[in-house]
Design a protein. Structure first.
Length: 437
């Protein structure tokens, strides 16, 4: 999502932000006050098939909130390609929104800036209490032992989506359960201008998510117990090479996917150009692009052997979206009212059902709507075979540095250059040096 030069920008923004925690953001020019908050600004992340789709989904809910409270919410849906850098710039400048969505993997990094409202027991009580939320979702909202920096909003896990018609045409009777099976199936499917698997090679966060999971399967965490980067370990190198080899060696991913960063792999899947895709929650996008539920199937992400589980059989990172409040907003009470509204049982059911995600609110998750086959795969994965990304303060720089290394390797693979273990290790060594600067 970001170029390598963004790594330096992230480091600078983080260091500056730590020194300006008194400038937490908010809409000081809105005419609001904490006693009578009339307006809130909200940065929502792009959850649906497009920015416009998100606006269409969220606007009626924001109108509902305005009717209930008298508080108007100014909505901006921020693309994932821009969101982290926008947030870091806001924490540094103090010119941010009142409420915003953050990727849960960024929680510890953004917590370290001191710019976000800590959700201690007192603040959690204003939205109904911490025990309303699934423990694993709260655990992904900040550093262990400190009050969370955000509140869980949408919970997600990765699954493997597959095109039933393309599988049937290729004579494949069941989705793959192991990586060897996925490669074998992908080769059968990659012909006549169509491809076995889609990827988002230009999306740094997606790159990190995939290689982190493969790293778990190769017994590599990318950081040691003290938080020191270990990007060049044998397991980390093997994980990255395995991912890139899906294009470079196995040739089941189209070379053009090296540049994908805006959900193009989902479009290819919906249009029958790609037979499989690894994604967090794709149902709403497929529906928006004309696919019917019976056109596609969903199954757990493959493992090397056996069944998904812990350790080497981890098959997803703990994914999700959290909702944060800038600590020094002038609309603190209104902001907490908005968080309470968005995490209410009814809104959780409605929004998560619309987006195909899983509610982190226990009462909402128990609703029958989330027992559908595709959502059951996500729920089971979160419960049994997903692991959180490293909760280290420089996690966002990890995404930038390693995510960019993987992006560059995709570009080399797309150009037909050989991808060797030495090539991968050199890229990861460069990324590790970036972390140490």
């Amino acid at each position: 999502m970001r170029h390598l030069r963004a790594a330096a920008a992230v480091t600078l923004a983080m260091s500056v932000a730590v020194g300006v925690t008194g400038c937490g953001g908010g809409t000081s020019s809105s005419g609001s006050s904490n006693a009578s908050p009339k307006t809130l600004t909200y940065w929502a992340s792009n959850q649906g098939p497009s920015i416009e789709a998100d606006k269409k989904i969220l606007t009626p809910e924001l109108k509902k909130f305005e009717k209930e409270t008298g508080i108007k919410v100014k909505l901006e849906v921020v693309p994932w390609a821009d969101l982290l850098n926008r947030i870091l710039a806001a924490t540094a400048s103090g010119q941010g929104p009142d409420v915003l969505n953050i990727g849960n993997t960024w929680s510890a990094s953004l917590q370290a800036t001191g710019a976000l409202l800590p959700w201690d027991d007192k603040n959690f009580e204003t939205i109904g209490g911490r025990d309303r939320f699934v423990d694993s979702a709260v655990a992904s909202a900040g550093k262990e032992g400190e009050p969370p920096a955000a509140v869980p909003l949408y919970s997600l896990a990765y699954a493997l989506y597959y095109n039933k018609a393309m599988f049937a045409e290729a004579g494949i009777t069941a989705p793959p359960a192991t990586w060897d099976e996925l490669v074998a199936d992908g080769k059968k499917l990659s012909k006549d201008g169509k491809w076995g698997l889609g990827a988002e090679g230009g999306n740094l966060s997606n790159n990190i998510h995939q290689v982190f999971v493969l790293g778990q399967q190769h017994e590599a965490d990318f950081f040691d117990g003290s938080g020191k980067a270990t990007f060049t370990s044998d397991g980390a190198v093997a994980a990255v090479k395995q991912y890139i080899d899906l294009m470079a060696k196995d040739k089941i991913i189209a070379p053009g996917n090296a540049e994908y960063a805006q959900n193009q792999s989902l479009t290819d899947f919906a249009k029958g150009r790609t037979a499989m895709v690894l994604w967090q929650a794709a149902a709403s996008t497929f529906a928006a692009q004309g696919m019917k539920p019976e056109d596609w199937g969903v199954t757990p992400v493959p493992v090397a052997s056996g069944a998904p589980g812990a350790g080497r059989n981890t098959n997803s990172m703990v994914a999700g979206i959290n909702m944060a409040v800038f600590k020094n907003t002038k609309n603190i009470d209104g902001a907490k009212k908005f968080v309470k509204f968005m995490t209410s049982d009814e809104e959780q059911k409605l929004l998560n059902k619309t987006y195909g995600s899983i509610p982190p609110v226990k009462a909402a998750q128990a609703d029958a709507a989330f027992a559908a086959p595709d959502l059951k795969v996500l729920r089971d994965t979160l419960a049994t075979s997903a692991a959180p990304l490293p909760q280290v303060p420089n996690e966002s720089l990890f995404e930038t540095a390693v995510g960019t290394a993987v992006k560059e390797l995709w570009a080399e693979a797309a150009a037909g250059k050989p991808i060797t273990t030495e090539t991968v290790k050199a890229r990861l060594e460069k990324a590790q040096q970036t972390m140490q600067q």
